[in-house]
Design a protein around this ligand. Structure first.
Ligand code: PLP
Length: 424
């Protein structure tokens, strides 16, 4: 454990050029943003699906494969030790990034989906009993529904859903008033990938804890846009994906309270997660390695570490102010498009805008916008229960990040007007 702490201290956060007032210099860090699509400059408005990667991340991954690639934890040669230092250094970086008390509380996974499956399988199998209740919200992504359905079926537990208010928010007083005493865990997204709603995870955690239940926060959408502090959030588990956080695909994080992780059985069996293997039984490694079976995505972790440094260079203040200002602009531009109805108008919301538009199918809208160089998403956004609640089969979704520009938001408004003229 001492080694992890030492590596953490050795990591230096590089300074980025002064980007405070210069969106162009931030955009220049993202080579893909220079692309043209169908003869138009790319306006990438699909950040909720995956984010683009800055040069810092691309070069860090490139550097790993050029000069340090080796398998970790097992080799005594120099490359193996360097790769191990990269992996454990990334863990220490993530721990500081989310305010974890110990590096051992950070488990690397492939992403949010795997992190939630890990908790549902491991904690759920060990601790859920027949008749227990898993409480979710009606705005969850399939990744925070299906793993719970699977374990509920195996353990005889049931799923109960927190209903939504008309603006797409949750009324916490209602949650408290209708509390089912058999509830063992609350599984809630920090920020909805459809409605943009930001849930009060701290308050939800307090309610859960007051009734002896745990809280798992799905931070897939919030991690790229706001400072996360697991202490302040008060949750018991937190999951997020590297690829939405400007890092590569294939790396993600599960944070859990140490005592809970200690009490949970392994999720996957294989190399690295064992202490010793016999013919019939095995004993398991310490945290965090107990949950990290097999050769992991070391290059991805190197990229995630670089992404965290990149965010550190920009600062949450910059990211927050840019995205709040872009979000306000988007609300006003979309508000002027006649025939457009926005799903999700909660006061606390991120810059994710899902809408229905003049009876034009979302797929047609997305295709039309692509012809204009605008990348938006159309579909159910892996939130079919929410789509049914909204009484729509699908929506169109534009999701912003700090590198987007006011001009791109204006282009979206103009292209939607053009789509209306084209289709109607
Ligand atoms: N949870 C939310 C709220 C999401 O938006 C997503 C992805 O869109 C996920 C979970 C799943 O993330 P991943 O596919 O990276 O595992």
């Amino acid at each position: 454990m001492g080694t992890i702490a030492m590596i953490a201290n050795a990591l230096v956060v590089p300074e980025l050029p002064d980007v405070e007032s210069n969106v162009a210099s931030v955009r220049a860090r993202f080579p893909i943003l220079a692309r043209e699509i169908n003869g138009h400059p790319l306006a990438y408005l699909d950040n909720a699906a995956t984010s683009q990667k800055p040069l810092e991340v691309i070069e860090a991954v490139d550097g790993f494969y050029r000069s340090r690639n080796a398998n970790i934890h097992r080799s005594l040669h120099t490359l193996g030790e360097e790769a191990t230092a990269d992996w454990e250094g990334a863990r220490a970086k993530v721990a500081r990034f989310i305010g974890a008390r110990r590096n051992e509380e950070v488990i690397f996974t492939r992403g949010t989906t795997e992190s939630i499956n890990l908790v549902a399988s491991s904690w759920g199998e060990a601790f859920l009993k027949e008749g227990d209740v898993i409480l979710l919200t009606m705005m969850e992504h399939h990744s925070n529904i299906v793993p719970w359905q699977l374990v509920a079926a195996r353990r005889g537990a049931s799923l109960v859903y927190i209903q939504l208010e008309a603006d797409g928010s949750i009324d916490l007083e209602k949650v408290e008033a209708s509390w089912n005493p058999r509830t063992r865990i609350v599984c809630a997204t920090h920020m909805s990938n459809v409605l943009g709603t930001i849930n009060d995870i701290r308050r939800l955690s307090e309610i859960a804890h007051a009734h002896g239940a745990l809280l798992l926060a799905d931070a897939a959408q919030s991690a790229p846009h706001m400072r996360l502090d697991v202490g302040a959030l008060g949750c018991d588990f937190l999951a997020f994906s590297g690829h939405k956080l400007y890092a590569p695909m294939g790396i993600g994080v599960l944070w859990g309270r140490e005592a809970l992780l200690e009490a949970m059985p392994p999720y996957m069996g294989g190399g690295d997660m064992i202490r010793s293997v016999g013919l019939e039984t095995s004993t398991y490694n310490d945290l965090p390695w107990k949950f990290e079976a097999g050769t992991p995505d070391v290059g991805g972790a190197v990229g995630l570490s670089a992404a965290i440094d990149f965010i550190g260079g920009l600062g949450w203040d910059y990211i927050g102010r840019r995205e709040a200002s872009l979000g306000r602009r988007a609300l006003s531009v979309l508000g002027e498009v006649r025939g457009l109805s926005l799903h999700g108008t909660a006061r606390d919301r991120g810059a994710v805008f899902s809408f229905s538009f003049a009876d034009i199918h979302p797929h047609d809208i997305a295709q039309f916008l692509d012809r204009e160089g605008l990348a938006v998403r159309a579909g159910h956004h892996c939130a079919q229960p929410l789509m049914r609640l909204l009484k729509v089969p699908a929506t169109t979704r534009a999701s912003l990040a700090f590198w987007n520009t006011e001009e791109e938001v204006e282009r979206l408004g103009a292209a939607l007007e053009a789509a209306k003229r084209f289709y109607l």
